[in-house]
Ligand binder design. Structure first.
Ligand SMILES: [Zn+2]
Length: 294
């Protein structure tokens, strides 16, 4: 019988090429049946005595599910069902801020949501969901991620604003110029709605981004025959740097998990408290969500 997990890792682009043994000892795997359909496959991993799950957001064999089509509800439900109190995600993103280079890591601290047609809530018909997004990402998990990443790379940025677009298409050069004036540092397609959904079920969520390419219009596109989702956007030397950074992610994430204290002292724990205090919801989170029409 597989035990409960403490943390769920949602691994981003290139996860399907990684050896999950890099996180720790793989002890099994499961797929969770949820009211929203099947979750992504969860590899259950013993990370230095801490039970964690790892799922590949974009599929098991290559980039088969693009960002708008990920079953975010099923994946976040699965994390909660398996017992996770925290979620750590990673994602590849394009650099908008000129200080950033391919292979750098950014611990996200804010978000501009430019998605257009995702399902943003577990509570469409219940009147819950007025949940603060300042901070968007859990500061406890962010700080562990920063500490861990700094052990493995000199190129770690403590903060960064992520603009999340709908996709699957990439952005136009004009869109990037606008995002730049808004103060966005990186652009990608994935933390929305993961972070909102995690918070609605009172789980912590933080994300480490690695720079996989330069946003459109910032660097002249160059010819390349590199493989992978972002490879065609990069010259060969940068593709090698990118590969190295991706290989570090399991180490960074498992180290961050070992740095987290067991008790949480952050607003994520009480995200739904006002509804509990009002008597709108009980202790069993399953009953918070109306699953009849899902
Ligand atoms: Zn938290």
């Amino acid at each position: 019988m597989l035990g409960k997990i403490e943390v769920m890792v949602i691994a981003g682009t290139e996860a399907y090429n990684l050896d999950f043994g890099g996180f720790g000892r793989v002890v099994g795997s499961t797929v969770v049946e949820t009211p929203f359909g099947k979750s992504a496959k969860v590899s259950l991993i013993d990370m230095n005595g801490i039970s964690a799950g790892v799922m590949s957001r974009h599929g098991e064999r290559g980039y088969s599910i693009s960002a708008p089509f990920v079953n975010y509800h099923a994946n976040i439900w699965a994390a909660k069902e398996l017992g996770a109190k925290r979620i750590i995600s990673w994602n590849g993103a394009g650099a908008i801020n000129r200080l950033l280079s391919v292979g750098d890591f950014v611990i996200l601290d804010d978000l501009i949501d430019m998605t257009r047609k995702r399902d943003y809530t577990f509570y469409p018909d219940r009147g819950y969901g007025f949940i603060r997004q300042n901070p968007v990402f859990c500061s406890e998990v962010r700080s562990a991620l920063y500490q861990a990443a700094s052990q493995f790379s000199p190129h770690v940025f403590r903060r960064g604003v992520y603009v999340c677009t709908e996709g699957p298409r990439l952005e136009t050069a004009s869109e990037i110029r606008v995002f730049d004036t808004w103060g966005a540092d990186v652009v990608g397609m994935t933390p929305v709605p993961e972070v909102y959904l995690a918070k609605e079920l009172e789980m912590c969520y933080a994300s480490i981004t690695y720079i996989s390419n330069y946003a459109e219009g910032l660097v002249k596109p160059q010819e390349s025959k590199q493989e992978g989702v972002f490879g065609s956007l990069l010259p060969a030397d940068e593709a090698a740097v990118l590969k190295e950074s991706v290989q570090l992610l399991p180490k960074i994430v498992s180290t961050a998990i070992s740095l987290l204290s067991e008790e949480r002292d952050c607003p994520c724990v009480t995200a739904m408290k006002k509804y509990r205090d009002r008597g709108d919801i009980g202790d069993d989170w399953h009953t918070w969500v109306n699953t009849e029409n899902s």
